[in-house]
Design a protein around this ligand. Structure first.
Ligand code: SOE
Length: 387
């Protein structure tokens, strides 16, 4: 029997559900696990009937409405943070001081300065830590990483990322409060930069290495929205859209575009990397595929015969593909929720082997530094070096 890992999740919104589901499923599909997560307590600032209903639905043994009480409980080993960005730092500092291991939803913090404090806290306490950038663990994205590491893309020239949604176009969508805290700069820190581009940046640096400098432009299309908490129409301080150019340490050039005003795009998270030996392309709205163009053989460096070149659509469902041996048979797909299951599985393995799963908080700080550089550049209109 694996030693139990008693988990307390804070937050019962979209991410609270995604994480609860992952802890419940991971043991069924990724056994044997080095530690078996136990859903000990859900915690949120909600009335008792809602807390109880959530606990019953997702199989939590208990519930709390005060996260400080949750952290103080000796029967909790791990704190999992699924709350608005503005709360992350305070919870992390308290959980680390109490010696709890921590998983934190992305982005790690509101700013790089905050993230720095959080890294210092977990490193001083010596507790396991992970930022939940779940898209790294889409099997097709993990396969892209494998192809790059195998040398199949060769010298990289261009990295191109888009992350497009359309759910805030109406000026009638309010800001603030449950579900809509992402539109309020006081609770989110920034708009699409921290919420969506943070995903793109994490993926980009994982696949193509560190970003050295950026130049950015942001826009806020709807300048005032009703605030759900105050009941007043208030200025909107987040970036509704952001585009930036990047130079990577490896000399390749990057373009990044994100918006919540791309009519028809729901969760269009794409990237393409073009190298000397090949290219890869991925689109989250078609997540079981990785497109790969093979120009040269990585072993010999020899060009593929001309009549055989062309884009190859890899249906990433074979046993040989990342994570897929643990699920169904080839051809049967997995989707969004599974990326969280993979995250927890890797995290538990990392705890046991002493080789922490990534991105840990230090790596999450990197993403935050790029986000800060992007926002600083949008303010100044100048190129900014990433700290
Ligand atoms: C925003 O709409 C959002 O829910 C992000 O916060 C998530 O990180 C992203 O995965 C889906 O879109």
């Amino acid at each position: 029997m694996a030693t139990p890992l008693n988990v307390g999740i804070i937050g019962m919104g979209f991410m609270g559900r995604a994480h609860s589901n992952a802890y419940r499923k991971v043991g069924n599909f990724f056994s044997p696990l080095p530690r078996q997560p136990v859903l000990k307590a859900i915690c949120a600032l909600e009335p008792e009937d809602k807390l109880k209903a959530f606990a019953d639905t997702w199989g939590f043994e208990s519930y709390e409405s005060d996260w400080r009480k949750l952290i103080a409980r000796p029967d909790i080993d791990q704190i999992d943070i699924c709350t608005p960005n503005v709360t992350h730092k305070e919870i992390v500092l308290a959980a680390a001081a109490a010696g709890k291991s921590i998983i934190c939803e992305k982005p790690l913090a509101m700013t790089a300065a905050e993230a720095q404090e959080m890294v210092a806290a977990v490193e001083k306490a010596g507790v396991a830590n992970l930022v939940c950038f779940n898209y790294r663990r889409v099997p097709a994205i993990s396969l892209a990483k494998q192809l790059i590491d195998e040398g199949r893309i060769g010298r990289p020239f261009h990295y191109r990322a888009t992350y497009l949604q359309d759910w805030t176009i109406s000026a009638d969508v309010p800001q603030g409060g449950a579900a809509l805290w992402r539109l309020d700069a006081k609770t989110a820190g920034s708009g699409v930069t921290g919420d969506l581009l943070a995903h793109s940046i994490d993926t980009a640096e994982w696949l193509n290495g560190p970003i050295r400098r950026v130049v950015a432009k942001t826009e806020t299309f709807v300048r005032e929205r009703l605030h759900q908490d105050t009941g007043k129409v208030e200025p909107v301080k987040i970036d509704d859209a952001c585009m930036f150019l990047a130079v990577f340490e490896n000399g390749s050039m990057g373009t990044f575009e994100s918006t919540r005003y791309a009519r028809g795009r729901k969760n269009y998270n794409t990237f393409e990397l073009n190298g000397e030996a090949g290219s890869v392309f991925f689109d989250l709205e078609d997540p079981q595929y990785l497109d790969y163009f093979r120009y040269a053989d990585p072993a010999t460096g020899k060009k593929v015969e001309d009549h055989l070149t062309g884009w190859q659509r890899i249906h990433v469902t074979n046993f040989e593909h990342p994570y897929m041996k643990k699920w169904w048979v080839p051809g049967c797909t997995v989707g969004y929720e599974h990326t969280f299951v993979h995250t927890i599985a890797d995290y538990l393995q990392g705890m046991a082997t002493g080789q922490p799963a990534q991105p840990d908080f230090r790596s999450g700080l990197r993403t935050q530094q790029v986000c800060d550089a992007v926002l600083a550049s949008a303010q100044s209109g100048q190129w900014v070096d990433v700290a």
